[in-house]
Design a protein around this ligand. Structure first.
Ligand code: PLP
Length: 369
């Protein structure tokens, strides 16, 4: 008998009857998008949940990246990480800017603050780091470099929903931070995303830019895009917000089980919790040292696949190897030794709220040797 496939993630879905009740409300109101009541309620609820002052909802997690750079009038060169989902660098490209890759810190897979200064030129205007796997970047040191050179910092926090350091949301750091509510993320609105900012003036500007630049009925203040979230997904998001704490706790239990079982496996490295950090357990990456483990990452990846266990090689290949970017001087592998090595070692294990003991045993039996 074929065993059921274990996927790397599974969407958190709201109760269908409750969703139906809210759909009925939307149908009755005949107001389906353009800053409707569910959109307003979700922005309010997310501000409270995430402990942030202002948020603007988007139709996905890529457009807030684009719009943040536009809103801050970023030009020239933007320093970023090659170890991310490709949307991070695409957002820089779409703004007509040049991405400049710096290497990562192996202890959190985020941008290495020691490497930033050497990448700065007279054209540099911003830094776009990623809280990879929801592990907070070294925000103090990134901000120190940014302040010294008068650069903006926009965090791609697509993985960092609900992540806090010493009780404070990571979303409150830098000039702005972006979120993705894609179905594969810890918290989802099917497709969706958001931009977090610190003041009402910026929120107003972002709300214009995500609605074609309209500031009122007849005035257009800039070449905005259309990236508004609709009422159906806002309602779905309100319901999922009630479930997300339990889902994160179930992920936490999965992480505990993985760590116990993998702690003594030679050649497998993984992350422990960081002191003072409230984690969201969005991913469980393991790093395979082929020599010590006796099998390469790709051999283990294939073995898992044969067993119906679909890990994902996040993030392999590096963004800097894709055809659009590989010609950039900063994309040379010699410039990115840590990211290059880690991209060849990583597998993200199945991690979601719906994994049961049998699933976890199957995953671990395949890896522990
Ligand atoms: C998912 C993701 C995005 C893009 O989000 P979408 O909602 O899929 O557009 C951007 N950056 C990172 C790091 C991501 O993981």
């Amino acid at each position: 008998m074929n065993k059921e496939t274990i996927t790397v993630t599974s969407p958190l879905l709201p109760d269908l009857d409750e969703f139906h009740t809210l759909l009925k409300e939307i149908w009755d109101s005949k107001w389906v998008t353009n800053n409707g009541s569910f959109h307003k309620r979700l922005e309010q609820a997310l501000c409270e949940y995430l402990k942030v002052p202002y948020i603007s909802l988007f139709t996905n997690g890529t457009l807030p990246l684009l719009t943040s750079l536009q809103a801050l009038r970023i030009t020239g060169e933007v320093i970023t990480t090659p170890y991310s989902f490709v949307a991070t660098t695409h957002a820089i490209w779409w703004n007509g800017c040049k991405p400049v890759f710096v290497d990562i810190d192996p202890t959190n897979c985020g941008m290495d603050p020691d490497k930033i200064e050497a990448a700065i030129t007279p054209h540099t205007t911003a830094i776009m780091p990623v809280h990879c796997y929801g592990k907070p970047c070294d925000m103090e040191r990134i901000q120190a470099v940014a302040d010294k050179y008068n650069l903006k910092v926009i965090y791609d926090a697509a993985h960092a929903f609900g992540v806090e350091v010493d009780g404070e949301s990571v979303l409150n750091r830098g000039d702005m931070a972006t979120l993705s509510f894609h179905a594969t993320k810890v918290y989802n609105t099917l497709e969706g995303g958001a931009l977090v900012m610190h003041d009402a003036e910026t929120k107003k500007r972002i709300d214009y830019l995500k609605n074609f630049g309209f500031a009122g009925e007849t005035e257009v203040v800039g070449p905005g895009i259309n990236s508004k979230m609709d009422e159906v997904r806002s309602a779905y998001g309100l319901l999922n917000l009630k479930l997300v704490d339990d889902a994160i706790e179930m992920r936490h239990q999965v992480a505990i089980r993985y760590r116990e079982a993998l702690r003594d496996v030679k050649g497998i490295r993984f992350f422990d919790d960081m002191p003072g950090v409230k984690h969201n357990y969005s991913y469980f990456p393991i790093f395979v040292n082929a020599e010590e483990y006796g099998m390469t990452r790709d051999e283990l990846y294939s073995k898992m696949k044969e067993q119906g266990i679909l890990g994902r090689r996040y993030f392999y290949p590096l963004i800097s190897t894709f055809s659009t970017y590989c010609g950039l001087p900063s994309a040379a592998p010699e410039n990115l030794p840590v990211a290059t090595r880690i991209a060849n070692e990583v597998i993200c294990l199945p991690m979601h709220h719906g994994l049961n003991e049998g699933d976890l045993n199957r995953v671990l039996e395949t890896i522990v040797r």
